[in-house]
Design a protein around this ligand. Structure first.
Ligand code: EPU
Length: 333
């Protein structure tokens, strides 16, 4: 068995039966995908909550190619590139658009899977194409933005885990750059706002609010912000007039799950060494020796209290891997 603690940012003790490091896309066609297997990038959105009796395939494909076109840059990045280094490198070259997504942990290949987003920007906006090996049909595919079926923290890749091994992502960044500053605290910036200023501010805010996974193991937001109807919202606002929410569509709003967790007094909740992050309650942390069972129990405790108080069923944003593959968490209303 092979230890996985250092291969996921939550650092839970867990092992897998075998592990493959994929370093060249030439090797993809020869890979044998024997069930169960799990496709891993930098492990910043996956928690191994138990030993996994299967194969973990780590994507380590590297390389970035920038093509300058008349109105935009077309950038092809291999899936194993580190996301923040990629964003920072583009900033140095004055190729702008991804600066709001600075410091998001993980790899380039993971970005389209959960359509990473932060401070008013979702990566889907800039994705031109995703190249992947279709494991089921044993062929290469190039998927355009529509085929990727992007939604809030969601995509066709997330909906069909294990179907495609993403090898590279093509981004189109228009030269006519527009700053996105409507999301707090970027909306406090005064005067002309440069891409560098946004990049620096996002890095500063993330460093202040979100624990550095290298210091305090975590996997970013543990739950998605739930989307509810306006009717549900009106009911909740009668009880909690200062509840934080954001409009998403005509009849829908996204509730700040961090607010719900904090408001229900769960900021100090813990099970063993698994705890709620005191600076941002949507993030759960491993204080030192947390186990998969600790974190699962803590998540279920939060889900139960939130559903009992609000009727809202929180859904994990991270992926939990157990003995035979992905596991779902569920509580009764
Ligand atoms: N809030 C609280 N208490 C908390 C946490 C949040 O009251 O403990 C309230 C704040 O008042 C704030 C609102 O909730 O007004 C939203 O909080 P924040 O701006 O920190 O963002 P979030 O909704 O908790 C989302 C993303 C983050 C992303 C930030 C910034 C999800 C699941 N998470 O968090 O993404 O960095 O917005 O754009 O959508 C991630 O996906 O791993 C991640 C960190």
């Amino acid at each position: 068995m092979i230890e996985l603690a250092e291969r996921h940012t939550f650092k839970l003790p867990a092992q897998c039966r075998s592990l493959i490091e994929l370093k060249s896309s030439d090797d993809v066609e020869q890979l044998v995908f024997e069930e169960p297997y799990y496709l891993l990038g930098e492990g910043s959105n996956t928690l191994f909550v138990d030993n996994f009796y299967g194969t973990v395939i780590c994507n380590r494909l590297l390389g970035v190619c920038i093509e300058e076109q008349e109105d935009s840059y077309l950038i092809t990045a291999a899936a194993g590139e580190n996301w923040h280094n990629f964003v920072a490198d583009l900033r140095v070259r004055s190729i702008d658009g991804l600066e709001n997504l600075a410091l998001i942990p993980g790899s380039v290949g993971a970005a389209p899977v959960q359509n990473v987003g932060a401070y008013g920007v979702e990566v889907a906006t800039f994705i031109e194409q995703v190249t992947a090996w279709d494991i089921k049909e044993k062929r290469w595919v190039s998927m355009n933005r529509e085929a990727c079926q992007f939604a809030y923290r969601d995509s066709v890749f997330k909906q069909n885990p294990g179907r495609w091994l993403i090898t590279s992502v093509v981004f189109r960044l228009p030269k006519d750059w527009q700053p996105v500053t409507h999301y707090a605290p970027l909306n406090q910036l005064q005067g002309h706002v440069s891409a560098q200023k946004i990049f620096d501010t996002v890095v500063e805010v993330r460093q202040k609010k979100l624990p550095d996974p290298k210091v305090i193991p975590n996997a970013g937001s543990f739950f998605k912000n739930p989307v509810i109807t306006k009717a549900q919202l009106d009911e909740l606002l009668q009880k909690w007039p200062d509840m934080v929410y954001f409009p998403v569509a005509d009849n829908q709003v996204k509730v700040a799950a961090g607010w719900l967790i904090e408001h229900l007094g769960l900021k100090s909740a813990f099970v063993g060494d698994a705890a709620v992050n005191p600076h941002q309650a949507l993030v759960l942390i491993n204080k030192a020796q947390a186990t998969g069972s600790d974190i699962t129990q803590l998540a279920l405790k939060i889900m139960k209290q939130v559903v009992d108080a609000s009727g809202i069923m929180l859904e994990p944003e991270v992926r939990l891997v157990g003995q035979h593959g992905l596991v779902q968490l569920a509580v009764k209303k």
